[in-house]
Design a protein around this ligand. Structure first.
Ligand SMILES: [Zn+2]
Length: 288
């Protein structure tokens, strides 16, 4: 199985690093939501979670998806290999469809009890910023391998597109997790196309209805299409996290690593109340 991808490592990764550094500087200067915990503590915790998960992504998930796409291409298998399309259209359609399959994967992470055990680690972060973008349990990466490889093969996307998509996917994930306050009107317009920080902030709310919204990764269209888009929550009213896991002392790297294998708590605050919020605007109204 091919593991070395020179363009990905020598061009994609440095570009991602540059994008991340830019988002980091902007989110420090133009903060969207107030922090509840010291940034350094969370960088250490999230960094430790990422240090285990990222090698799995680069050395297992990426080669797996690439190999699946290459095999499909070789056997002339998969939707886009069966359709007589010009090359540019094959790439454009492949990019869109890959993103669409990731919308469904994210929905599945929330709906499956097993997958949620792992995705919970990502949502348990008590603030959301750039560092949250890499806070994924290695188990989530491992579970996504068969799904995302099968998606690449069934769609019949070119192997090079899998790599290109992944760079954009990671860049957009970094962007929409960042705590950047974009000018309101700019974000409203950008959100017609892309998932933006305000939109994804609502997905990390402790209110269940809000968490179960905004599953898209790159294009916001999939949430619009499936009516799971929710923009009507003011950012200063959002409490980030999962209601039953509010104690910062439960966020050590070891506890986070072991959490999927422990009894899961129901969706309520430690005092037993279920977080709710009155809806004052229609779901598509972007609140500041
Ligand atoms: Zn999620």
């Amino acid at each position: 199985m091919k593991i070395i991808f020179p363009k990905f490592d020598k061009l994609g990764m440095p570009l991602l690093g540059l994008a991340a550094a830019t988002f980091f500087i902007i989110e420090t200067k133009k903060q969207l939501r107030k922090r509840t915990r010291p940034k350094t503590e969370r960088i250490i915790e999230n960094g430790a979670v990422a240090a285990v998960a990222l090698p799995a992504l680069r050395l297992l998930l990426l080669p797996g998806m690439y190999a699946a796409a290459r095999l499909a291409q070789k056997k002339n298998f998969g939707l886009l290999n069966w359709l007589p399309l010009p090359k540019w259209l094959r790439y454009a359609a492949g990019f869109l469809l890959l993103d669409y399959t990731n919308y469904f994967w994210h929905v599945l992470l929330h709906q499956s009890n097993l997958l949620w055990r792992f995705h919970n680690i990502h949502h348990m972060d008590l603030d959301m910023d750039l560092s949250t973008a890499w806070r994924f349990h290695i188990g989530e990466n491992i579970f996504s391998l068969p799904y995302r490889s099968a998606a690449a093969a069934l769609l019949g996307v070119p192997g090079s597109l899998v790599l290109f998509y992944e760079v954009i996917f990671e860049g957009c994930t970094a962007f929409h997790h960042s705590n950047i306050r974009l000018p309101y009107e700019a974000e409203r317009r950008l959100n017609w196309v892309l998932v933006t920080p305000r939109m994804h902030g609502i997905h990390h709310s402790i209110v269940a209805r809000e968490t179960n919204s905004n599953f898209s990764v790159i294009f916001s269209w999939w949430d619009r299409l499936h009516q799971s888009l929710r923009l009507n929550v003011p950012q200063n009213e959002i409490t980030i996290g999962v209601p039953a896991y509010r104690d910062p002392k439960e966020q050590s790297p070891k506890q986070l690593f072991l959490l999927p294998f422990t009894q899961q708590r129901p969706w309520h605050l430690p005092d037993g109340t279920v977080p709710e919020r009155e809806e004052l605007y229609p779901p598509h109204h972007l609140c500041p």
